[in-house]
Design a protein around this ligand. Sequence first.
Ligand code: SF4
Ligand code: SF4
Length: 382
Amino acid sequence: MEIVSLIKCDDYRYEKVRQALEKSFENLGGVKKYVNHGETALLKLNLLMKKKPEEATTTHPVFAKALAEILIEHGVKVIIGDSPGGPFNEKILKGIYKVCGMEEVAKDTGAILNYNTNSVDIKNENGLILKRITAIEILEKVDKVISVSKLKTHGMMMFTGAVKNMFGIVAGLDKAEYHVRMPNNKDFSNALVDICLVADPVLSFMDGIVGMEGAGPSGGDPRKVGAVIASTSPYHLDVVATSIIGLKPTKVPTVQRCVERGLCKGNLDDIKLKGDRIEEFILNDFVIPEIRSLDLLEGKLPKFMRDIINGLLQPKPVFIHEKCMGCSDCAKNCPPHVIKMVDNRPIVNLDECIRCFCCQELCPVKAVDIHRPLLMKLLSRL
Ligand code: SF4
Ligand code: SF4
C-alpha cells in the first residue's frame, strides 16, 4: 500500500499552507526520512510559462515558499527549478521566475533559483520508449529531487499532475523533439512514465489549493479544489488527484501506462489515504477536456484503415487572429515547425501538424483554440 497524504487548505495564506505541508510531512514519516541535513534538493516546480500566480498555471509561490522554508529549517539546501515550455536560457528563466513569484520566494527563504541551462544525456536502458533522455544538468548535481506539481487539466493528456510534471526535466526544446518523435498518445504517455522513473523524485507534492479546469494546462480557468496532496509515489498521487476532480483515473493516458507497467492499480485499492477524508474534496463538475488524440479504433481495424479514419476525426488547432498579439511564440515552439507568421499572424500547415497542441499550451493570450469534428465529439462519448 502506498501512502497518499491529503490535507485541506482553502487558500494561499502562508500559515495555512505551511501547516498543511507540515501535516503532509508528518503523514509521510517526516522530512528526515527523505532528505538529510546538508543535502541539496531540487524543488521541481511547474513553471510552464510567464504567468501570474493567480492564473493557476504554475505552482503557487506561497506553496513553494512554505516547502522551501521547511526544508531549509532541516538543513537542506534548496534549489528551485524547471525547464519551462520553449527555449531554456537565462533570460527566459529570469522572466518566468519574476512573474511567477519565485524571485520573491528566493529572497524570502534563501532558496537558490536554478540558472544552469546545460543539459546532460542520461542513459535509460530500462526505459520502455526512451533509452536515453536529454535532461537538465541540475538534476545530476543535486542529492534529491522533490516534485511540486499543480493540479490541472491538459488538452493532449487530459490531466497534468505528478507524473507529467517530470517532463520538465527534459531540457528546453528537446521537449518539442519528443513530441515529434512520439505523436502517438500511447508512446508519448509511456515516454512520460520513463522520464518520471528516471527523475525518481523522493517525494511528490501537488498544489491543488487552486487548480485549473477546462483548457489546461495554461488556457483553462482557475478552480478552487482546496487540497494539498503528497506521496512518495507520483503514480498513486495522480490516482488520488484525478479521483478528486471526478475523473476516472484510468481514463488518463499516463495512469493507464502506469497500470500496464505495474506502478499502480489505477484506483484507490492500493492506496492508504492519510489526513482529511477524500469525500470532502470530490468535485463532480470539474471541467475536463476531452482527449484530443484518441485512437478510438485501436485493435478494431487494421492500422492503415485506422490512420485514414483517425485522419478524418482529428481535432485541429485554430488560431483566433483577433486575440493574437503576434508574439510568434507558437511558431517558434511548434515541434515540427509547421506554423508560419504571415502579416504578424500564425498560419498552420495542418497536413504536417502532429496535434501536440504545444501552440495552445504556450500561447500567452489564449488565442489558440482546439476544434474537433462533430463525429469525434460523439465517438469520444462512447
Ligand atoms: S497565437 Fe498566441 S502564441 Fe501565436 S503569435 Fe498569436 S499570441 Fe503569440
Ligand atoms: S501547429 Fe500546434 S498542434 Fe500542430 S504541431 Fe504545431 S504546435 Fe503542435
